[in-house]
Design a protein around this ligand. Structure first.
Ligand code: P6P
Length: 326
């Protein structure tokens, strides 16, 4: 029997690194791991059970909700409400944030922002999809209902962030500000096991990831950067699923670009539950994330679902993009 470190063991071991940790964040991370296993199971059955068809209703993004979107949203909300560690949740699938009122949750020290199933348009074509989450300490007093103030915090205030990638295998990758660690789900024992300790990304990379259908809609500096990538014979890789593209580039080196365009003035990606959590991971792994002018984690949020341009990955590549935009 090979010795494996499960996610739960790792979280508890690392809790000792935080002398004042009361275990609340540890329990919250374990609740996220638990909910991820349930979503993993449904994602892996998607082809078999009639839950891949479009759900019919639309979310705030005006996108048709795939049934798995709704399922994942409900699984995480139920698990976190039951766990009682968060007093509120902001979700891509919900127009407004949820402020829990039950006796335990209203005392919760944290709030969570999430995209429960990003890239869900890829579900019925069997492309990897992912969950992205971001955790903050609440600003308002424990025992009161969460308010918008608890959610509109810059990314620098995150206490933890991570993602789950439902791919050829399911992985959970997270940081609490002391490095990045990756866990692979072993379905035979139902545990996420430490498979990628202390993940680091290279300063440079050969991979650039962008929907080049937006080339002519993008800033001249972005066009120059893309032209340069081709002259340098870099590799174009774009799956159309942020978590999958981000994860590949984190491991192999590379940069993901979603610029603001003449059609989408503020880009497409969401600051709170897509850009900030992955920016935290990227920086903790030695990479960088910005909107081309400002460090992503220093952008002051003003709306729950606000969008921002996003360049994330190998530091030197993001630096080069910023140089061309300035
Ligand atoms: P486009 C999926 O909808 C998503 O939010 C990301 O996962 C993905 O990288 C991006 O949008 C794809 O957008 O405009 O290239 O189809």
């Amino acid at each position: 029997m090979i010795a494996v470190t499960t996610l739960d063991e790792f979280i508890i071991d690392r809790q000792d690194d935080f002398p004042f940790a009361t275990g609340d964040l540890s329990r919250l991370l374990r609740d996220i791991g638990f909910a991820s296993k349930i979503v993993h199971r449904e994602v892996n059955m998607a082809g078999l059970v009639d839950i891949t068809g479009a759900y019919g209703s639309e979310n705030i993004q005006g996108e048709e909700q795939q049934k798995l979107d709704v399922f994942a949203d409900e699984v995480f909300i139920k698990a976190l409400r039951h766990g009682g560690e968060v007093c509120g949740i902001a979700s891509e699938e919900k127009d407004d944030f949820i402020a829990f009122e039950n006796e335990k949750s209203i005392q919760g020290k944290y709030v969570l922002a999430m995209d429960p199933l990003d890239g869900s348009s890829n579900i019925d074509v069997n492309v990897s999809i992912g969950t992205i989450f971001s955790i903050y300490r609440r600003k308002t007093e424990a025992g009161t209902k969460a308010t918008m103030e608890d959610f509109l915090q810059p990314g620098t205030e995150q206490v933890a962030a991570g993602y789950v990638l439902y791919g050829s295998s399911s992985m959970l990758v997270y940081t609490t500000g002391s490095g990045v660690n990756g866990f692979t789900l072993d379905p035979s024992i139902g545990e996420f096991c430490l498979s990628h300790p202390d993940m680091k990304t290279s300063n440079d990379g050969k991979i650039f990831s962008m929907n080049e259908g937006n080339y002519h809609l993008s800033h001249k500096g972005i066009q120059t950067y893309l032209d340069k990538c081709k002259l340098e014979e870099k590799t174009a890789r774009y799956i159309g699923s942020l978590v999958a593209d981000f994860h590949r580039n984190l491991i192999k080196g590379g940069v993901y670009l979603y610029p603001s365009t003449s059609k989408a003035r503020n880009g497409k990606l969401r600051l709170l539950y897509e850009c900030n959590p992955l920016a935290f991971i990227a920086e903790q792994a030695g990479g960088k994330a910005s909107d081309g002018y400002t460090r992503t984690m220093e952008i002051e949020p003003t709306e729950l679902h606000q969008r921002c341009a996003y360049y994330v990955g190998s530091k030197n590549m993001v630096d080069e993009i910023e140089g061309l935009l300035k």
